[in-house]
Design a protein around this ligand. Structure first.
Ligand code: FE2
Ligand code: FE2
Length: 145
């Protein structure tokens, strides 16, 4: 399988989580809903970490749009607070909906601002894709779901 570039890899993660939120909304079984939320939390934890360790620093260096990068990190912080609430307090539907809205907004910003800027600034998206993939695998192995 050919290596995905950084944007394809990150946006595939986004699509996966978007689908999981849809699955959550249409699922009626409580146990399955809770399982879906645990998967969403794991995916978001790993995704935000690889962006913050690898993609965002490369973006800051090459594109240098501080506002876009700072805003993205701020939105990650908000998402992480909700994820830890869901993990510690159990699954509440209104909290899941709040997280879904936040993530939808955040993903839209990455798709419409950060990713196009990254392409036009000539970031090395293939090399970054390789690093993101490796780090993602490492972190996924550390997650116990
Ligand atoms: Fe992302
Ligand atoms: Fe992000």
């Amino acid at each position: 399988m050919p290596q995905k570039d950084a944007i394809t890899l990150l946006d595939d993660d986004h699509k996966k989580v978007e689908q999981l939120f849809k699955d959550f909304q249409s699922e009626t079984d409580r146990g399955r809903k809770e399982h879906i939320v645990r998967t969403i939390c794991t995916e978001l934890t790993v995704h935000t970490q690889i962006e913050e360790e690898i993609f965002y620093p490369a973006f800051r260096q090459k594109v240098g749009d501080k506002d876009v990068a700072d805003d993205a990190v701020h939105e990650h912080q908000e998402a992480k607070q909700l994820v830890s609430k869901l993990e510690s307090q159990g699954v509440k539907d209104d909290m899941v909906l709040e997280l879904q809205k936040l993530i939808e907004h955040h993903v839209q910003d990455e798709r419409e601002k950060m990713f196009p800027q990254s392409r036009s600034a000539g970031m090395d998206l293939d090399a970054l894709g390789t690093r993101l993939e490796q780090r993602k695998q490492e972190l996924m192995e550390q997650q116990t779901v």
